[in-house]
Design a protein. Structure first.
Length: 448
């Protein structure tokens, strides 16, 4: 009876711990989704403000381009420093540093009247973004169960994509009501999010899964991690290239600014809806299928983007190309990096740092490279180059044979283990169970 009571107590305690863990995971996921939505909104909020600064500060196109590039440029040192801080102080403190950096920089940005000062403050905002993504994304990866990690990543990235839809609305308000009051409110929101973040506990000890003594060397020698980083860089470069070429091409066919905005709005809405289902598919089938489908569809659609000769046809094709297929290989690429990092013992903060760096470099290089090639040749050339690169990338993806990780089968318990696990002490022994007693003991029993 005592053994039975102890077993019930142990089971109840384990159930309580599981419920608490699940509740903690849910609260962290909700927090990180909110943080990434907020950061993405702030990233895209500057788009409607750029013409305002160009007019009031008499800025040239290269100067406005530098202001645009300052944010992704700041992500690079922010990601590196964020990984260093997270490895030593934890992901919560890393996220808090990013939020406070962002709060100070965005408030000052609203009061800025000098272009160099605005460039510097936008750079600091990008660095804060590197801390927020490095801490928050690592945090949610650490608490998400491996069998549901794809779905969790999909929901988090979907929230970030949705944030890019809200940013232009906020930027329009800043132009209408004034940058100082609107961005001051944004700074207060950032401080409020920091207070929410501070109430969350750090992940349990050992959350980063670090066993490699040389993580950077291991990162560079793990093919799946490098392949995942290349896929992220390729996607970011494609977004940067199409974000530059498609609006200009639509305007050349007579599309209004509202029509251009509606095209990208619909594409983002599709991406938001696709992200979580793709994550669930990664959990069930592995990264291989969505990667192959996403790369193939995006390659085909990019190749035919130069064909339409009307604004409506180009807008429809662009919405499809930028909506589902690109998202279909973002989530699998992220899952590849995190799973491969855990397998080889690389800390999760290093994997997230690599992901952020790949995205920042891809976005920073994609737009100017596509614009330069297009100006020297035509819009079709950079789009066809991207399409060919995606086709070539299919070969290492197929060779990798990416499937969902299979849970290990539990070992078959031996007879003594079954007894200790809760068999009643008066229950008869299994007559068919193997006799694992020493041979001498069996012989003595037989003689008696």
């Amino acid at each position: 009876m005592t053994a039975l009571v102890d077993a019930l107590r142990s089971r109840r305690a384990a159930s309580g711990r599981a419920g608490t863990g699940h509740g903690h995971e849910r609260s962290v996921v909700v927090l990180v989704r909110t943080l990434l939505l907020f950061e993405s909104a702030m990233y895209s909020a500057v788009t409607p403000v750029l013409p305002h600064y160009a007019h009031t500060l008499h800025a040239s196109k290269p100067a406005v381009g530098l202001l645009t590039a300052a944010y992704p440029a700041g992500i690079v040192p922010g990601s590196l420093l964020g990984a260093w801080v997270a490895a030593r102080a934890g992901v919560r403190r890393t996220t808090l540093i990013g939020l406070f950096l962002f709060a100070v920089a965005i408030v000052a940005f609203g009061f800025g009247t000098d272009l160099v000062v605005l460039d510097t403050l936008r750079f600091v905002q990008g660095a804060g973004c590197g801390f927020i993504w490095g801490g928050g994304l690592t945090w949610v990866i650490a608490v998400a169960p491996r069998e549901r990690r794809g779905a969790v990543l999909g929901s988090v990235i979907g929230a970030a994509i949705f944030g890019t839809l809200l940013g232009p609305i906020l930027g329009t308000l800043a132009v209408t009501l004034g940058t100082a009051p609107v961005f001051a409110v944004v700074g207060a929101v950032s401080v409020g999010l920091a207070a929410w973040t501070a109430r969350q506990p750090e992940p349990a000890p050992g959350w980063d899964g670090a066993t490699s003594g040389t993580p950077l060397r291991t990162l560079a020698r793990t093919p799946l991690i490098l392949l995942g980083a290349w896929l992220i860089l390729l996607e970011a470069g494609t977004i940067g290239a199409t974000g530059t070429l498609i609006p200009l091409r639509l305007a050349r066919f007579g599309a209004s600014g509202a029509a251009v905005g509606a095209t990208f709005l619909l594409a983002s809405l599709i991406s938001t809806q696709v992200a979580t289902p793709v994550g669930r598919l990664v959990d069930r089938r592995g990264a291989g299928l969505p990667l192959c489908v996403g790369l193939t569809m995006t390659a085909v659609l990019l190749a035919v983007l130069p064909l339409p000769r009307s604004a409506l046809a180009l807008a429809i094709l662009s919405t499809i190309a930028l909506g589902g297929p690109l998202t279909a290989y973002t989530i699998p690429a992220m899952s590849m990096i995190t799973e491969a990092a855990e397998r080889v013992g690389v800390p999760l903060v290093m994997a997230t740092m690599l992901l952020n760096l790949a995205w920042a470099f891809g976005e920073a290089l994609g737009a100017p490279a596509a614009a330069g090639i297009s100006q020297a040749t035509s819009d079709a050339v950079p789009l066809l180059i991207l399409s060919a690169i995606m086709v070539l990338t299919l070969f290492p993806v197929i060779r990798a044979r990416l499937v969902a990780p299979q849970p290990a089968a539990p070992p078959h318990p031996s007879e003594p283990e079954v007894a200790r696990a809760g068999r009643h002490p008066c229950a008869p022994a299994n007559p068919h169970a193997p006799d694992d007693r020493p041979a001498r003991e069996r012989a003595e029993v037989a003689t008696r």
